[in-house]
Design a protein around this ligand. Structure first.
Ligand code: ZN
Length: 396
């Protein structure tokens, strides 16, 4: 911590003192207390860490973060980056929620509590702290330490996102695309990572945008990098040849063979299509779409009507039996997993398998022909992707 309370109740910030001698003179013989829990604080000046206050005992719960050198540095740099706003407050304590935000800022758009997170925080605690802020009408601006997100994304390789990292995904309103915000204390750089396609639960392609300033309403200047499209066919091939034989897919494999009489490696090419709202679902794209396709579409003869509510019902059954799992994203305020399902059905319309009769009723146009060889499957995957990309270009 950098801010403490003195005996007389006034606040004292270590950042106000640039020269060490001045600070030493001022702090000599003075007692300091935590503004949140009032317990005594020690002034610590180490070689690695910046000079800071620390609790004598570890019972304070106002902050979620252990004060590593990286975190202390990040807090200071974050505060300095936000100085252009009207009086940011370092370590702002909010009595009603008993939370101490790393930095607190008020703008014309709203009130923000910046939380610079560099260590793992359990899902429950992340959610709890988020809710408390929101109850006060404050938007928590969770920022992940760049170090914690992995090396800076300067090439085309995808990020590996753990469930912890996914939790930082935020989407405050419909016109802003979802993004994960990271901050590097050493360079004072914000990076906005917009996930565009995941091939499994972690490996995710992102569009990135860096900025020296925090951008309140990001989303217009993301650099478009459709690199995943080149990797997609390679991944699908690998899935057919390798992954489909993996143990986690045993149930799906059995189901596929038992009901459709096809090996999972030859699953139809219309399974595993990219959809914009994919991030709501934790289960990999191919897997959840396989369940959906086998449950709701595969058996239907041409001209049959498919009703969205029954597709959703089948999907919910898979959720219940944990064949499919969702992501809990406390900062995503727009949309839900159902969007991904509708987008998938619409993708099937684009490739000519379904026809959209009404927003909730689809008609089966043709039955997909069973694939008999891997060669054929790979060719068909190519055709499907090309068809999708072509229709995308005309509608973009
Ligand atoms: Zn305390």
């Amino acid at each position: 911590m950098f801010v403490a309370k003195k005996k007389d109740g006034s606040y004292f910030s270590l950042l106000d003192w640039k020269r060490r001698e001045d600070m030493e003179r001022i702090t000599k013989g003075e007692s300091f207390y935590c503004p949140a829990c009032n317990s005594s604080l020690l002034l610590k000046q180490g070689k690695v860490r910046r000079i800071h206050f620390a609790h004598l005992n570890k019972s304070c719960t106002a902050s979620s973060e252990s004060e590593s050198p990286y975190h202390l540095e990040g807090k200071v740099k974050l505060y300095e980056s936000l100085l252009q706003y009207n009086q940011p407050i370092l370590e702002h304590y909010i009595p009603n929620t008993q939370q101490r935000a790393d930095v607190y800022v008020e703008t014309n758009y709203g009130r923000y509590a910046f939380e610079f997170q560099c260590s793992n925080l359990p899902a429950q605690e992340f959610k709890r702290r988020t809710k408390l802020y929101e109850r006060e009408g404050i938007r928590p601006m969770w920022i992940i330490g760049q170090e914690k997100l992995g090396p800076p994304d300067n090439n085309d390789s995808p990020l590996k996102l753990s469930p912890f990292q996914w939790r930082f995904l935020q989407r405050p309103s419909p016109h802003i695309q979802p993004f994960i915000l990271s901050f590097c204390p050493y360079q004072s750089i914000f990076t906005y990572h917009q996930p565009i396609f995941s091939i499994n639960s972690s490996t995710t392609y992102v569009n990135s945008m860096t900025s020296e300033n925090w951008i309140e309403q990001p989303g217009i200047s993301f650099q478009k990098r459709p690199i995943w499209k080149e990797h997609y066919l390679h991944y699908k091939k690998k899935w057919r040849y390798e992954y489909s034989f993996y143990k986690p897919y045993q149930k799906l494999r059995k189901y596929c063979y038992g009901n459709m009489n096809i090996p999972l490696s030859l699953l139809p090419s219309e399974i595993g299509l990219p959809v914009p709202s994919f991030y709501h679902i934790h289960t990999s794209l191919i897997e959840w779409q396989a369940w959906l396709y086998f449950d709701s579409i595969y058996h239907m003869p041409p001209l049959t009507l498919i009703h969205l509510p029954s597709v959703l019902k089948n999907f919910r059954f898979r959720l219940k039996s944990t064949d499919i799992s969702l992501r809990e994203l406390p900062l995503v305020k727009v949309g839900a997993y159902e969007d991904a399902i509708v987008e998938y059905l619409n993708a099937l319309v684009e490739i000519g398998l379904l026809e959209r009769e009404t927003p909730t009723i689809y008609r089966v146009l043709k039955k997909s022909l069973p694939l008999s060889t891997m060669e054929e499957a790979h060719k068909q995957d190519q055709v499907v992707l090309q068809t999708l990309l072509r229709t995308k270009q005309t509608t973009d």
